[in-house]
Design a protein around this ligand. Structure first.
Ligand SMILES: C[S@@+](CC[C@H](N)C(=O)[O-])C[C@H]1O[C@@H](n2cnc3c(N)ncnc32)[C@H](O)[C@@H]1O
Length: 320
């Protein structure tokens, strides 16, 4: 699973919200962390799990910018990740390191060495029971364990479940297959004469009508999901920019669309499986005692419109 994340992080995103969030986290997903970050003490050691390109380590550094405090933040991720160059070069008392290819189930840190363990939309993708055990091992006595994680009924999950439902429809797959049929049926297209020829070709017209029918079906099924999954944009690109491409280039583009749809399906399936409903949360928390983790708070995070964004959990390692 880390391959598609590696590909994603190499595109230079800061958060997992892609182009929908151009910088780092804002609003409640930023402010919820402030009390925890500003409580860090001189010489602290913090680790961030499923860190991506370091969104939370960067928020720690930003929160402590005006404090005269030195500390270490190490972000770990199963995927290939790295800080943006400007962030890596920034002079700061808060030293950030990101470790790639590193699983939360087995961390490269000494027992009882960590003051703060965080994760935002990362921990839940792992084997949560093994990761909890490992978190308990690396945390110092009184060390903080704080997570923001996916809620099964959040707006994020609802939007993505709709996208998944749409791209799993046979009609979505047929649409891509019909693009290949029309690429072959049209043959070489390089002049207005070719366009006239295609318009009079009954086979091309039949496939084009079928493509229109499939588009209409998908848009009527769920217009927002049809736009959000980018399939409509790809089809438009195929018929505009791509019309005069060679057949081979058109087919290369169709393979690219298939790969995008497959990767999206994989990513969204993982997201749905990773999210927590109340029953899963209850189960998870019931293991805290055996790992000497003491729960402080669980709450549902909402945005200004009162939409559910995520769960927030704060706990502490207590020995003895
Ligand atoms: C949704 S992203 C979140 C990234 C970042 N925390 C953010 O909020 O933008 C989930 C990340 O968890 C990582 N991940 C999944 N399973 C993991 C595991 N077992 N150990 C460490 N990282 C993992 C993925 O590679 C991915 O980068």
């Amino acid at each position: 699973m880390n391959n598609h994340w590696s590909e994603y992080w190499q595109q230079g995103h800061t958060t997992s919200f892609g182009d929908a969030l151009s910088g780092n986290y804002e609003g409640i997903l930023k402010s919820i962390w402030q009390p925890t970050f500003i409580a860090l003490q001189q010489g602290f050691m913090a680790i961030d799990i499923g860190t991506g390109n370091g969104s939370l380590p960067l928020l720690i550094r930003e929160s402590l910018r005006s404090e005269n405090l030195t500390g270490e933040v190490i972000g770990v991720d199963l995927a290939e990740v790295k800080l943006a160059e400007k962030d890596a070069l920034e002079q700061s008392n808060i030293h950030i390191t990101l470790l790639s290819n590193q699983a939360s189930e087995s961390l490269p840190f000494a027992t009882a060495s960590v003051d703060l363990y965080t994760s935002q939309f990362g921990f839940e993708y792992s084997d949560i029971n093994l990761s909890l055990k490992e978190a308990s091992r690396v945390l110092k006595n009184n060390g903080q364990f704080c997570l923001v994680f996916h809620h099964a009924n959040s707006m994020i999950l609802n939007r993505n479940k709709n996208i998944l439902r749409l791209i799993e429809l046979p009609q979505a797959q047929s649409l891509v297959a019909r693009l290949n049929d029309i690429a072959i049926a049209m043959g070489k297209v390089s002049s207005p004469d070719d366009i006239a020829r295609i318009k009079q070709d009954p086979n091309c017209e039949k496939i084009r009508a079928e493509i229109n029918r499939l588009i209409k079906y998908l848009v009527l099924f769920d217009e927002k999901a049809a736009q959000d999954c980018q399939l409509m944009a790809f089809v438009a690109q195929f018929f505009k920019e791509g019309l005069f491409w060679t057949v081979a280039k058109k087919q290369q583009f169709i393979e690219f669309i298939k790969l995008q749809m497959d990767t999206l399906k994989l990513r969204l399936t993982e997201l749905v499986q990773a999210s927590f409903d109340e029953a899963k949360l209850g189960q998870f928390v019931s293991h805290f005692n055996q790992h000497s983790i003491s729960l402080n708070e669980i709450k549902v995070l909402k945005n200004e419109q009162n939409d559910i964004l995520a769960w927030y959990l704060s706990a502490q390692k207590i020995v003895g």
